[in-house]
Each structure stands twice: as structure tokens, then as C-alpha cells.
Design a protein around this ligand. Structure first.
Ligand code: SAH
Length: 229
């Protein structure tokens, strides 16, 4: 008798389904959406995104849209995570700061691509949940902090890359200060309803900027973001 293909891999049927859905996400939504960096594609093909969303939403985890993660916040859509990660141009051995831990999914992707990952979240319950899931997935090279990430993490600076996963009205000058020479900051800038993704590079005392396209994120709330409700 022929062995059942799912049994062969030692995975349960549903895990196998998630695996297939994840490969499809990478090929259809990410590669199909113009993402070319093979390291980013491999990281997103590896991290189990379905574990970072609520159980009721797991089956939707590999669709190309944002999902609610509670507290009025969202896990970004896969293509946006890939575009932002690609824009960071991370090399192995680098140190990265994330502002807006949220579900911890982007944090996991960063753990796959950098050596040291720092991430700040203002909502304690989200940070605690993210920590648990990241540990469950086997990630250990990260540090989480609860607080206002718009001010950065001065004690751990300088960073080779900074990613802000919530939108602000302007680039926070303190974050630019925490970039290493040659470091990149990627952040959505605009109004509460419409933003564009910006990349800034620290280059010999200058901060040249590029615009990478339109996007829509939840609000960065803090000293260098919007005032809290
Ligand atoms: N990277 C996350 C995206 C979460 S949405 C993921 O992969 O799931 C953005 C997050 O930024 C929200 O959780 C929100 O609470 C958080 N946030 C907003 N303003 C912040 C601030 N000033 N400091 C830290 N986190 C902030």
C-alpha cells in the first residue's frame, strides 16, 4: 500500500496545509508582487505566520491582507512585510530595531535575517503575547521592551537598520540619530489615512530619502508620533 504523503513528512494534515499555503503566499503574493530578495523570500517561507494570529484567524494567515491582532492593532499584510524587510537591506551580523512589535511576526522575520533584534511595543498585552510565541517558535536572539518606540532605544544604539511598523506624521529625528553610519530607516509617513513608505540612509552626515510607494498603517502613538487617544 502506498504511504499517505502527509504521513511521510511526519506532519499532521493541517500543518502540511499551512506549509503549502505559506509556499503559495511566497510565490503568488510576494514573488508575484515584485519581491526579489531571496533571503527575505526564504525567511517568509519559513516563519509560521499562522501562529502569530488568533486561532480563529489561522486559516486566513497566508492571504495577502492585514489581520486583527486585538487592541485595535493589525498584523501587516505579507507583501508589505516583505517590501519593508527587503528595503532594510539587512546583512547577516547586523543589529536591527523594530518599533511596533504587535504580533511579533515581523520580529521573527528580522530574527531570521539579522544577528540582534530589538523591538518596542507600547501595548503590554501584545508584547507579552509576542514574546511567548517567539519563544515557542524557537527564537532567542531578540529583546522586547514595552514603551514609546518613537523615541527609539538609545542604550542599544547605533542600529544598522530601523523599521517602524506604525505610521507617523514625520520622521522622528531621534531615530535618525540612532542609525549607524550606512544604516537604513524604513517608515510609513503621512496622514492618519494615507501614507507613503520612506527609506532614509545615514551617509556621511547626510540623510538622503527615497519614497517606496503608498501604504496604510495604524498610528504611531507617542512623543514623535501622534498624541494618544
Ligand atoms: N510589526 C507588527 C505590526 C503591528 S501594528 C506585526 O508584525 O504584527 C503596529 C504596532 O505598533 C501596534 O501593535 C501598535 O500598538 C504599535 N505602536 C504604535 N505606536 C507605538 C509606539 N510609539 N511605540 C511602540 N509601539 C507602538
Amino acid at each position: 500500500m502506498k504511504e499517505h504523503p502527509y504521513k511521510k513528512s511526519g506532519l499532521t494534515v493541517s500543518q502540511q496545509d499551512y506549509h503549502i499555503a505559506r509556499k503559495r503566499m511566497v510565490e503568488v503574493h510576494l514573488r508575484g508582487g515584485g519581491v526579489r530578495d531571496e533571503r527575505v523570500l526564504a525567511a517568509m517561507g519559513k516563519v509560521p505566520r499562522h501562529l502569530f494570529v488568533e486561532e480563529a484567524l489561522r486559516e486566513q494567515a497566508y492571504g495577502d491582507y492585514p489581520l486583527n491582532i486585538g487592541e485595535g492593532q493589525t498584523i501587516s499584510q505579507p507583501l508589505m512585510v516583505a517590501i519593508m524587510t527587503e528595503a532594510l537591506q539587512l546583512a547577516a551580523g547586523e543589529k536591527v530595531l523594530e518599533v511596533g512589535t504587535g504580533s511579533g511576526y515581523q520580529t521573527a522575520i528580522l530574527c531570521e535575517l539579522a544577528s540582534e533584534v530589538y523591538s518596542i511595543e507600547r501595548i503590554a498585552t501584545l508584547s507579552h503575547r509576542a514574546r511567548r510565541i517567539l519563544y515557542d517558535c524557537g527564537y532567542i536572539r531578540f529583546q522586547l521592551r514595552i514603551g514609546d518606540g518613537s523615541r527609539g532605544w538609545p542604550e542599544a544604539a547605533p542600529f544598522d537598520a530601523i523599521i517602524v511598523t506604525a505610521a507617523g506624521p514625520a520622521l522622528p529625528p531621534v531615530l535618525l540619530k540612532q542609525l549607524a553610519e550606512g544604516g537604513r530607516l524604513v517608515m510609513p509617513i503621512g496622514t492618519e489615512d494615507a501614507q507613503e513608505l520612506r527609506r532614509v540612509r545615514r551617509q556621511q552626515g547626510k540623510f538622503p530619502e527615497e519614497t517606496l510607494g503608498a501604504c496604510r498603517f495604524v498610528k504611531l502613538i507617542g512623543e514623535y508620533g501622534w498624541k494618544g487617544e
